[in-house]
Design a protein around this ligand. Structure first.
Ligand code: ADP
Ligand code: ZN
Length: 719
């Protein structure tokens, strides 16, 4: 027997199968999708068996060393999916398979995650005199027919005597690490008429591969609808896949699911490798019929999937930003076709791209326009910071200050958002709101402190830093970029009696801290929750009646063609945290651009209006969804080399691509990462045509050049 093996090394020049011979004694263990250990050059590598054959062309064929698994790791479906993924993202096939698997099951020599075993004691042969102490042990075992050794040992030590006499026997059985143990009571709601309509539409089409865009305002009861649909799917003996953004996973949605379903597996990055491995095995063995997880769980080895749901589907984190750069929504579509089951994309703020697809009929649009239960839409106040008084030089306006004090006196809770951390600051005129824009692109320039330059991250344009506002001649330009930590100080001094908790990347790095902050805030142990956009999604706190957005402009002037959309999205999402129960909620938006359409329309909840206006901008600027974007990133640790090659690559692309704009090269942001210098070339086009072939040729051309790395990103998030 001969097999074709895809080895664990991810490089384009070895991304093909190699043929090996299987010695007679190992033949029985070989199946397609199983891992084997093989000699490769002078190493021992693991790889996946992709094909079994009797005839070979090669002259010199080596024997495999061993078979790694008892059962195939990759199912027929996942093998096919991996091929699709590597074609679609122009990544190596091996990187696609590896991306689908938990660490314990990747083909990777020497990284073993252990299976946990438990020592179980059973009755063997009760023959002879039994003391009362021994009887206690036997009674305990008889309760369930078996019992763990540790538990018996706690009762008394005669278990050892019984074992020695052969009256009991011991064996090691595989167990799972406990992931969830918190049971939580969450009332079930009878669906209202709007919800029922959505439910009926989907439940009547459970055998079709229809993609739905469920556009439901925050608090409209989408989650409630998901759960009813899932219940139906499970009653039909099928399984459900629910994807949520990483950050919302540790909170309530999971607890709500657990209150209603008992065979849930959870997959997210907060689990240890061992826990992930266990959850994965439970899924593979059919012991879980619901998988709730973040992006990569779109590859969960469920079989017989009956519905796939992607909640908060507008979230950028559903796209992976390292190779293979896949979009979980596209993978979900592939699987929904494979299983002929519906795909539900749920959101309160569809991306323009999704809404455009729905208008074209590619997605079926379903709406939940009102809040469920008794909750009302919050009152939104736009606070014009060019006119408003700041309290004691802080970021807090008089309006917000008064609103916070009022809510504190009512013992209601407050969420404050200081959005987006980690971006280099921009310069803005505090009097008139001016920010400098690129002459070639409709985006703000970023202030680069080291070189005192204003740079366009899109086309590479650069100019000297300005010190005076060209509109109103103010020479006190402001660097935007106050972080959450500074705000925390300000708030504590402005509201000395308030209990304040901060949630951002810095306060949530440790496992479980995110959950802890949410839980203690939900219990009312704090009055004010301050955080980054981490707090904007999915949370449901009934006692929160005020949300303050400290600076809506930060996201507005992030240099990206999506900045208007992101701002609209952020305001609606965070506003959706206010007044989710009986008490009416308030929202205060602080901005230097009170007339900006993204802000005014978000404050009126006018998505249609926003969509119309922003689609016009996209058309004029030749941006998605009218045009597609593909980013070619070229990187190397050799600066001279990459600066030279990037221009060659640009001319190759320009000469070979038909009907496409080739823009750049521009510097990667940041330019140097891990000692790699990065350049970007952006391709804009209406029709894909020859694109993949040309890019594949380019990759092929450079595949044996170890000094140059090429990465392709289709529909990049950050441009
Ligand atoms: P979404 O997922 O759209 O944000 P949720 O499902 O979280 O909405 O529902 C928002 C709130 O309304 C929750 O507190 C939920 O328990 C409640 N709710 C949902 N559906 C109903 C209903 N039909 N009747 C009463 N309350 C409901
Ligand atoms: Zn530009």
């Amino acid at each position: 027997m001969y097999i074709k093996v895809l080895v664990e090394l991810s490089a384009f020049n070895i991304d093909k199968t190699f043929t090996y011979h299987v010695p007679e004694e190992m033949v029985d263990g070989i199946k397609i999708g199983i891992r084997v250990l093989v000699p490769f050059n002078n190493q021992k590598l693991e790889g996946f068996v992709l094909d079994i054959t009797d005839n070979i062309e090669e002259i010199e064929v080596k024997d495999i060393i061993s078979v790694v698994d008892n059962e195939p790791i990759l199912t027929k479906e996942l093998l096919e999916l991996g091929k699709y993924l590597s074609d679609e993202t122009l990544s190596t096939l091996i990187s696609s398979y590896q991306a689908m698997l938990p660490k314990a099951l990747k083909a990777k020599n020497g990284s073993k995650v252990n299976i946990k075993y438990q020592r179980i004691v059973e009755i063997d042969n009760l023959d002879g005199v039994i003391t009362p102490k021994q009887q206690e042990i036997i009674d305990k075992i008889n309760q369930n027919g078996k019992c763990s050794y540790t538990e018996l040992k706690k009762i008394n030590s005669s278990v050892d005597t019984l074992l020695k006499k052969g009256m009991l026997r011991i064996k090691d059985v595989e167990t799972y690490r406990e992931v969830n143990n918190s049971k939580f009571n969450y009332p079930r709601h009878e669906l209202n008429n709007e919800q029922k309509e959505v439910y009926n539409e989907i439940v009547n089409n459970l055998n079709s591969e229809q993609s739905y865009l469920l556009y439901g305002v925050t608090g409209s009861g989408k989650t409630e609808v998901y759960m009813d649909i899932m219940e139906k799917v499970i009653s039909l003996g099928k399984t459900c896949l629910l994807l949520v953004p990483e950050i919302t996973l540790t909170n309530q949605i999971l607890k709500r699911m657990e209150a209603r379903f008992d065979k849930i597996a959870v997959l997210h990055s907060g689990l240890s490798d061992g826990e992930r491995y266990d959850e994965y095995r439970r899924i593979k063995r059919g012991e879980a019929n619901i998988v709730v997880g973040a992006r990569s769980s779109v590859f969960a080895p469920l079989e017989n999937i009956g519905v796939i749901i992607i909640d908060e589907c507008h979230t950028e984190s559903f796209k992976q930003d390292v190779m293979p750069k896949y979009d979980a929504i596209e993978v979900a579509k592939w699987r929904s076709k494979y299983y002929s089951c519906p795909l539900i994309l749920g959101t309160a703020t569809p991306t323009l791209d999704m809404y455009a697809r729905a208008s074209k009929g590619l997605y079926k649009l379903l709406r939940l326009p009102t809040r469920a239960g008794k909750a009302q839409v919050p009152r939104i106040t736009i606070c014009d910071m060019t006119k408003e008084e700041h309290i004691k030089n802080s970021m807090i306006s008089k309006t917000l200050f008064d609103a916070i004090n009022h809510k504190l006196s009512l013992h209601e809770q407050i969420i404050l958002l200081q959005n987006r951390r980690g971006y280099s600051s921009i310069l803005m005129c505090p009097d008139c709101g001016y920010t400098m824009k690129c002459p070639n692109c409709d985006i703000s320039l970023t202030y680069h402190k080291t070189k005192e330059l204003m740079r366009c991250h899109y086309c590479g344009y650069a100019t000297k830093k300005i010190n005076v506002c060209p509109d109103c001649k103010n020479d006190q330009l402001k660097e935007l970029g106050t972080g959450t930590e500074k705000i925390e100080e300000e708030i504590k001094s402005l509201f000395p009696s308030a209990r304040v908790i901060r949630m951002d990347l810095d306060t949530t790095t440790k496992k479980g801290t995110h959950d802890k902050i949410i839980t203690s805030f939900a219990k009312g142990e704090y009055d004010i929750l301050l955080g980054t956009q981490m707090i904007s999604k999915g949370l449901d706190f009934p006692n929160v009646t005020l949300v303050g957005i400290l600076n809506a402009d930060t996201s507005l002037f992030i240099p990206s063609y999506k900045s208007n959309e992101n701002t609209y999205d952020l305001i609606s999402q965070v506003a959706g945290r206010s007044g989710r129960s009986e008490k009416i909620g308030d929202v205060v938006i602080q901005t230097y651009n009170p007339d900006h359409f993204a802000i005014t329309l978000a404050s009126k909840n006018d998505y249609e209006g926003f969509y119309k206006e922003e689609m016009h901008n996209r058309l004029v600027g030749k941006y998605p969804p009218y045009f597609y974007l593909t980013l070619v990133t070229v990187k190397s640790s050799d600066y001279e080399l990459v600066s030279k090659e990037i221009n060659k690559i640009k001319s190759i692309l320009e000469s070979k691509l038909v009907d496409k704009e080739v823009i750049g090269p521009s510097l990667g942001v940041p330019f140097k990462v891990n000692n790699y210098y990065r350049f970007n070339i952006l391709i804009k086009y209406k029709k894909e045509l020859d694109l993949k072939i040309v890019l594949k040729d380019l990759i092929d051309h450079y595949k044996s050049n170890y000094k140059i790395k090429i990465e392709i990103t289709f529909n990049p998030n950050n441009i």
